[in-house]
Ligand binder design. Sequence first.
Ligand SMILES: Nc1ncnc2c1ncn2[C@@H]1O[C@H](COP(=O)(O)OP(=O)(O)OP(=O)(O)O)[C@@H](O)[C@H]1O
Ligand SMILES: [Mg+2]
Length: 341
Amino acid sequence: MSKIEIRNVYKIFGDSPSKVLPMVQDGATKEEVLEKTGHTVGLDNVSLSIEEGETFVCMGLSGSGKSTLIRHINRLIDPTSGEVLVEGTNVMDLDQKNLIEFRRHKMSMVFQRFGLFPHKTVIENVGYGLEVQGKTPEERNKIAMEKIESVGLNGFEHQYPNQLSGGMQQRVGLARALATNTNVMLMDEAFSALDPLIRSDMQKQLIDLQSELKKTIVFITHDLDESLRLGDHIGILNGGRLVQVGTPVEIIMNPADDYVKAFVKDVNRAKVLKAKVIMSSTNEANGIDKSNLIKVNEDQFIEEFLPQVVCTNANCEVVDKEGNTKGYITNKELQKSLSKS
Ligand SMILES: Nc1ncnc2c1ncn2[C@@H]1O[C@H](COP(=O)(O)OP(=O)(O)OP(=O)(O)O)[C@@H](O)[C@H]1O
Ligand SMILES: [Mg+2]
């Protein structure tokens, strides 16, 4: 059983969604539905599974349904049809009391537009989730200060949100989500308002945090590089439809359609593909010329050894941490993996 399961979810916005549902189920596109009925298709038959401890990134153009999807997981939005299960519990079965408990203890959320309380200070905002969890003021201030420091906002703890820049407010939102220490974190464009240096810093922090805590993270972004860096799996939405789910490598190497191709076309493959992904096994590489070999670690990114390979016209021997041979990459294969299909 996966941590989060989304099964055949349709979400239609408008006055009579259930009347419009059959038309969507019959295959009408978002544009057709809008034109004929004035209803907006938010999600169109989306099914996916998210495993415990993974970072699942959801990508797609503006309006493709990303926020709508993530908001189903903590039931800020009810589906028109279909099921959302978290740890096996159908979120539609939760009564008011259980839903509140579920949101307090099971998942935290970083909102696309921060969602801070304007009349609370930074430390009160960050500690809010702990307050509703029933923690004492001492406990929550201690944890809140730790998280404020971890997002680089010490000194600002007694300021109000409107005294902060957008990027700083977003970091408050992030600190608040981290403070409650829930198993599931829903992050809607959590880093998008940050400037590149801080953004890259926050990505690094999230990766470090993840390697330790193994939370289940659903992360939304427009940014392909960010999704490749963070995602164990990436799901791509187009007009409410999930057009592809795969590992970063699967998405880059085998884009499902032109829409996904357009997303990945400018990606620097050398930066995101590791040696182990493109190597041939030792058997397959039988005939390889071993007179001029460069040793590379299986987890090295291509860009780290590419210059050397090109300069010396060598082939690569791929080894693991202990130095055992795992496979080979010929000069030719390397060039091929970098060329865009
Ligand atoms: N409350 C609502 N009422 C009506 N339509 C809505 C509502 N929320 C979303 N929609 C529509 O559903 C579609 C998906 O919206 P959503 O906010 O999920 O997109 P998104 O992928 O998060 O976009 P962005 O990248 O701009 O945040 C859009 O066409 C939008 O107009
Ligand atoms: Mg959105």
